[in-house]
Design a protein around this ligand. Structure first.
Ligand SMILES: [Zn+2]
Length: 434
């Protein structure tokens, strides 16, 4: 159970220009929700973490958006149901977010390629609607690492765009530039299920996936990586098979990233990275963004999985679309039931999450590790359930002895360094060609 005290620190942070331990202490005194009052050392630690949190750029590299994003039904300008919106970003000191143009893998037919591209455009349009039409005074789209720093200095939130699933290009290499021009600054080669670019870590029997289709990156995938290098778009290996990760690392002329991955050492599932993969990403100069996703961080008790499946079956839910079609009452009762499951079988905590960060830092160094929530796409853990609770991660990093400099690198410095390197290499490649 995470003390409400942390939440108080977060909301106060949005109001206080100068943070001081006395203010933290005063806040704590005013709260009755804590089972026990934090000891003095803890107060100092929270105050220190808050100061660091305010001074570094806090960037989340993967936040999914619904298809109706930036409409009155999913308005990022008001504090609503979504795990990330502008008020929660301010409250939690979350400065920058890669909003994701995600398209699910479907059977590869000409109609489905078209549909995937239309779905991608819908999400690009929604992100642009947020930054250009609805809230240009509160959030701005960054196209370069330099933009991120400039916008952050101006006091606005920073939006960036990442594409999840290279399926959105179908077999049309020219679409990579089209998406780049719309602002996409990374693209994952795959999602769940193989596609024309590469093999996925998740084999989808219902799509007719063989265990291995390309043996890593396909010939088209190689050309896509080349084009991404030329344009200055980061190659993302999240959701790739091990062979895909290793091949993409070997093929790319610029550093690569995993935009959202956890560590196999703790949970041995195909979706998580092993040491060899993390070392390969580091060798490119890249970064592994560690994900706050419950079942990737800590094995889920089998009884919890069973109980959850039974609950979904009871409401006839077989995917996000069916869930979204439920009435508000049904959705609320599912949420209540899930909260009861979480009480019985606690989800991963911020401590579990930072264990993964520690492991990755020990293995590949503090210059190659970052942080990501996957909010809106299944992410969220006890203590970091939405953007308003983002400070809790910094508190835990401070508790583990990370310096301000290291925390700055982990929250954004490393990813922005990669982004800058990718931009520089693109300029070089373009100059060589002309
Ligand atoms: Zn994902």
């Amino acid at each position: 159970m995470v003390c409400r005290y942390f939440r108080a620190g977060l909301s106060a942070m949005g109001r206080c220009k100068i943070w001081h331990p006395v203010i933290v202490a005063a806040l704590g005194l005013g709260l009755s929700g804590c089972a026990s009052f934090p000891p003095l050392g803890e107060i100092d630690l929270i105050a220190k973490a808050t100061r660091i949190h305010q001074r570094v750029i806090v960037l989340d590299s993967h936040v999914d958006i619904p298809p109706n994003y930036a409409t009155p039904d999913a308005d990022p300008g008001i504090k609503g149901d979504m795990q990330v919106d502008l008020p929660k970003m301010v409250e939690g000191g979350l400065d920058a977010v890669f909003f994701i143009v995600f398209v699910a893998q479907t059977e590869r037919t000409p109609e489905n390629y078209q549909l995937a591209q239309a779905q991608a455009m819908n999400k690009f349009n929604a992100i642009h609607r947020m930054t250009d039409e609805l809230y240009p005074d509160r959030i701005e789209l960054a196209r370069t690492a330099r933009d991120v720093r400039r916008i952050h200095k101006s006091g606005k939130r920073v939006a960036l765009i990442g594409v999840e699933n290279g399926y959105v290009i179908g077999k049309n290499l020219e679409l990579v530039k089209h998406y780049y021009d719309l602002g996409a600054r990374y693209m994952s080669l795959t999602h769940n299920g193989h596609n024309d670019l590469a093999d996925s870590s998740a084999i989808r029997d219902e799509l007719g996936d063989a265990e291995i289709e390309h043996g890593g990156v396909s010939e088209l995938g190689e050309r896509v990586i080349e084009e991404m290098n030329r344009l200055g778009m980061m190659v993302d290996v999240a959701h790739g098979s091990k062979a895909t990760v290793l091949e993409a690392a070997a093929l790319s002329k610029a550093p690569i990233i995993s935009s959202h991955h956890a560590v196999k050492h703790f949970v041995d599932i195909p979706r998580n990275l092993d040491d060899e993969e993390m070392i390969a990403i580091k060798a490119t100069g890249g970064v592994v963004q560690i994900i706050a996703f419950d079942s990737y961080l800590k094995p889920v008790h089998p009884d919890k999985t069973k109980a959850f499946s039974a609950l979904m079956a009871q409401y006839g839910v077989d995917g996000p679309a069916a869930y979204n079609a439920l009435s508000e009452v049904d959705r609320q009762s599912i949420k209540n039931q899930r909260a009861r499951f979480d009480e019985q079988w606690p989800p991963a905590s911020v401590q579990d999450f930072v264990d993964h960060i520690d492991y990755a830092v020990d293995l590949i160094g503090v210059d190659h590790v970052g942080i990501v929530s996957d909010f809106g796409g299944g992410g969220g853990i006890a203590g970091w359930r939405d953007a308003s609770e983002t400070l809790n991660v910094t508190i835990e990093l401070v508790r583990r002895g990370y310096s301000k400099q290291d925390i700055g690198k982990i929250w954004s410095g490393n990813l922005l360094r990669v982004m800058k390197d990718v931009e520089r290499i693109a300029r070089k490649l373009q100059a060589e060609k002309s």
